[in-house]
Design a protein around this ligand. Sequence first.
Ligand SMILES: N[C@@H](CCC(=O)N[C@@H](CSCc1ccc([N+](=O)[O-])cc1)C(=O)NCC(=O)O)C(=O)O
Length: 216
Amino acid sequence: MRPTITAFKTSPDRGRGLARDMAVRWALEEVGQPYDTRLVTFAEMKAPAHLALQPFGQIPTYQDGDLVLFESAAIVLHVAERHPGVLLPVEPDARARAIAWMFAAVATMQPPIVELGMAALVERDKPWFEARQPLLEQAARVRLDQLSARLGEADWLDGPFSAGDLVMVTVLRRLGASGVLDAYPTLTAYIARAEARPAFQRAFAAQRAVFEAAAG
Ligand SMILES: N[C@@H](CCC(=O)N[C@@H](CSCc1ccc([N+](=O)[O-])cc1)C(=O)NCC(=O)O)C(=O)O
């Protein structure tokens, strides 16, 4: 039985792999788990059938038999646990550290990055936009400085590539169009290393194919 994920029928990211189904697709590709995708419209996400799967009316979800999961990083963790030693080390301490980096990605790095991106998307016409933007950028730069310093010359955050790197890179990629990462060659190279992975490439192509099919 192949798991089924949900993704945008027409993604606002226009095939750039920024929506969070990308993390799930990538994890499934890294462990070699084929999957099916159910595409949903914005309206369908808010309908009872989808809310039963994802109480916040969002994508992605993951279904495998009777198991229904939401929250992309939790799905990545589940996929990693189902395939020991691929996205999470088997050694308990190393595994715990890799999971800590997953939390750091969603709880420490993602908030200022999403805040910056969302403001640019929905607050541009607000009187406070110009004054607030530098504050939001600075909040993101504090974390980017710290992450860049910690990564240093290493390929990945803690030993081999892990689910921590996968989630972290999907968070950092949200900065793509902002230009903020231009000042962070260490992080830019880190993202490029991850994007060069065949599993990333397959996942990216799969979500992009949805956009291209919808674009006609
Ligand atoms: N914490 C949840 C958050 C899920 C989430 O934000 N889902 C978004 C899509 S990924 C977030 C996203 C959206 C758009 C872009 N983009 O670049 O256009 C990037 C990322 C969604 O369903 N939004 C519809 C809604 O809330 O009604 C998770 O990680 O699974």
